[in-house]
Design a protein around this ligand. Structure first.
Ligand code: FDA
Length: 385
């Protein structure tokens, strides 16, 4: 078959944004290679068959942005509900409203505080360590919010996320631990927030729906790279270390295990996400997916819940969150040098750049790559890289 004008490796938001723009604005023939059996990367979701409840297969995905261009762009493919994300957390037999806010402080200390009283209380408790002197994550957190809140809301959760005692973790992992001295418990501060009305997969499939785009599922780039490499421009959104055969060593990632089950109860926990802050509870959170779409009609007496466990990723696990140790950063610099020498390949997305990117950031950065690299290359013959 004739060569396409552009090959995109990976059909997550980054790859699909590139493919959609090049196909629809530049009228290029785009071939998208995807090794999974579906498009959409980690934002993919599907209906649990028994209940019809939409489950985000790779962890809960909440869309939010303050970027006008990204908001305008995503609205071409989907409408959004007015869902606003809020998270609750269990600790020692009580439920608290997160993030750290005045309601949590009042419940936790068992008495009402004005904003100024709460501020003074936390400042007093935080005076145990100076932030500049903190030699590990525990000391840093205590210097920011004091020991009582740290021990209840940060210590156990962090230890479970990192499988490491916080006294063994670098203080650099946290820069700030914001405390809201009011009752605002919205999780995100962005101007726009919502969930795609008919689900993530419908949105993602609409992005790929063009006569100029061919998607080949269950196709690993590394099995077919000889057909394309050096012959057509490639936008690669897979892991950067894998592209170079891990020549500089593997970059380290955390992964999550997600265990979904149908429960015979209408409402399991009364909210979409409940964090579990006690160190003795092995999971970090439980998601109850029907609460993401309260506007939908559901079968009575059933719900889908997903327990989430966090751990270091092994070679065969899905890479989710970059760990970004000093060693990782050195390897990444070497991979970036190698990437610069690849004349026909551009690297993008969270795996291609080894950066945690929210969806709006992945889309925004793909739109920039399109503007700054692909469009000038294809319309004016500018060098690709
Ligand atoms: P993404 O990982 O989505 O896609 C890459 C694709 O490339 C995958 O489909 C993969 O199979 C494919 N691929 C890799 N190597 C390949 C190869 N060799 N050949 C063929 N295909 C290959 N964001 C947000 O805004 N709100 C949220 O609430 C969340 N929540 C969240 C939870 C969890 C657990 C994670 C891990 C991430 C989030 N995100 C998020 C982030 C969101 O998932 C992220 O922004 C997008 O996945 C980024 O899209 P990419 O296209 O960069 O990568």
């Amino acid at each position: 078959s004739p060569l396409p004008d552009l090959v995109v490796v990976g059909s997550g938001f980054f790859g699909l944004t590139i493919a959609e723009r090049c196909a629809n604005e530049l009228d290029l023939k785009v071939l998208v290679l995807e090794r999974r059996h579906h498009v959409g990367g980690n934002a993919y979701s599907e209906r649990e068959p028994e209940t019809g409840i939409e489950v985000h297969k790779y962890g809960a995905h909440l869309f939010h942005t303050s970027n006008e261009r990204v908001w305008e762009y995503v609205n071409r493919f989907t409408d959004f509900t007015n869902y606003q994300h809020r998270v609750f957390g269990k600790y020692d037999g009580q439920v608290y409203s997160l993030p750290l806010n005045l309601s949590l402080i009042n419940v936790f200390f068992g008495k009402s505080h004005t904003p100024d009283e709460a501020r003074a209380l936390i400042a007093e408790q935080a005076s145990e360590f100076r932030t500049e002197d903190a030699s590990n994550l525990e000391e840093k957190a205590i210097s920011l919010i004091g020991r009582p809140l740290y021990e209840a809301f940060i210590k156990g959760y962090t230890a479970k996320q990192w499988q490491t005692d916080p006294t063994e973790l670098s203080p650099d992992i946290i820069t700030r631990l914001p405390v809201r001295y009011n009752f605002d418990n919205r999780y995100f501060n962005d101007k726009y927030e919502g969930l795609p009305v008919d689900g993530y997969t419908a949105w993602l499939e609409r992005m790929a729906d063009s006569p100029n785009i061919e998607v080949r599922l269950e196709t690993d780039f590394f099995d077919v790279r000889d057909e394309f490499q050096g012959k057509v421009p490639i936008v690669y959104t897979g892991p950067v270390d894998e592209y170079f055969g891990n020549s500089e060593g593997r970059l380290s990632w955390r992964t999550v295990d997600l265990e979904a089950e149908v429960v015979d109860v209408d409402d399991f926990q009364g909210c979409s996400v409940m964090n579990y802050n006690d160190q003795g509870v092995p999971y970090t959170r439980i998601h109850e997916f029907k609460h993401f779409h309260p506007e939908r009609t559901y079968l009575p007496g059933k719900s889908v819940i997903v327990h989430e466990y966090s751990r270091f990723a092994e070679e065969t696990d899905e890479p989710y969150y970059p760990i970004n140790t000093a060693e990782d950063r050195e390897k990444l610099l070497r991979y970036r040098d190698l990437a610069k020498k690849e004349p026909m390949t551009l690297f993008g997305g969270r795996l291609g750049t080894y950066k945690y990117l929210d969806m709006h950031m992945a889309i925004g950065s793909a739109l920039s790559m399109y503007d700054n690299k692909l469009k000038p290359h294809f319309t004016e013959g500018a060098p690709l890289t």
